[in-house]
Design a protein around this ligand. Structure first.
Ligand SMILES: [Zn+2]
Length: 248
């Protein structure tokens, strides 16, 4: 049984409104939270995502000079690195049974390099995409112990992985069935915020049409399961009592 779900805050990022909601006006930076999720079942301890790379610590201009340089400004402190975030919960990386890596953007896979010797669950499409790139970002390490997963896989009791391509080719969302509580859906970056979800507005996606099909599928599943939905980067939602209770 899935005994505990913890939302671990791992820094923030300033992101241009036009990245968060496609078509909205460029030029306004919005501050959004970065999350990791710790899932504890009767017999497994799993981390979902590993936050930002340490290169971003104190370095808002990390992406300056790149295409999105003015649109994405990481706000990371030393305490937001994955090892420190886990230490605050009384754990080390060695205590984890596996890492679920939802996709390989800097704010989700930044600490993956530290997971040598641990199973890293990833959708094969994310791996394939990386293998075709000529220059990989520093945080992508193809020598990890990858375990390819498929849509519907359940790596541990109460945890279902959903392949939701669009934001990236191998993007994963999660449907969680905590013991004795309402199901929780983690959209991750299939929907950044409630606004993307409620108004069917895409955020940054490599394939917006495919991404919106993934969102429709998640919406139907959330209704079917009466799940409460937690979005990938919604600063306002994180203040709601339900989520404050799970935030560590
Ligand atoms: Zn993200």
């Amino acid at each position: 049984m899935l005994q505990e779900i913890s939302l671990l805050h791992a820094g923030n990022c300033l992101i241009d409104q036009s990245e968060l909601v496609t078509g909205s006006e460029e030029g306004t930076l919005v501050r959004v939270p970065i999350w990791m999720y710790l899932l504890r079942t009767d017999d497994a301890l799993l981390l979902v995502d590993s936050g930002m790379p340490t290169e971003c610590i104190g370095n808002e201009r990390y992406f300056s000079g790149e295409q999105d340089g003015d649109h994405i400004l990481p706000q990371m402190q030393a305490d937001d690195a994955v090892a420190r975030v886990l230490a605050r919960q009384g754990y080390s990386i060695g205590d984890l049974d596996a890492l679920i890596s939802t996709h390989w953007h800097f704010d989700h896979a930044g600490g993956n390099r530290l997971f040598h010797g641990k199973p890293v669950l990833v959708h094969p499409a994310e791996l394939e995409q990386a293998r075709t790139e000529t220059a990989l970002p520093v945080w992508v390490d193809l020598s990890l112990d990858f375990r390819p997963v498929a849509d519907g896989d359940q790596p541990a009791a109460g945890i279902t992985l959903l392949h939701t391509p669009g934001h990236t080719p191998g993007h994963l969302s999660l449907l969680l069935h905590p013991s004795g509580e309402r199901p929780i859906m983690l959209t991750i970056d299939a929907a950044y915020t409630a606004r993307n979800w409620m108004e069917n507005l895409p955020g940054a996606m490599v394939d917006p049409a495919l991404g919106m099909r993934s969102v429709s599928r998640l919406q139907a599943l959330a209704r079917e399961e009466s799940a409460v939905v937690f979005f990938g980067h919604d600063a306002a939602q994180a203040q709601e009592p339900l989520w404050q209770k799970l935030a560590r």
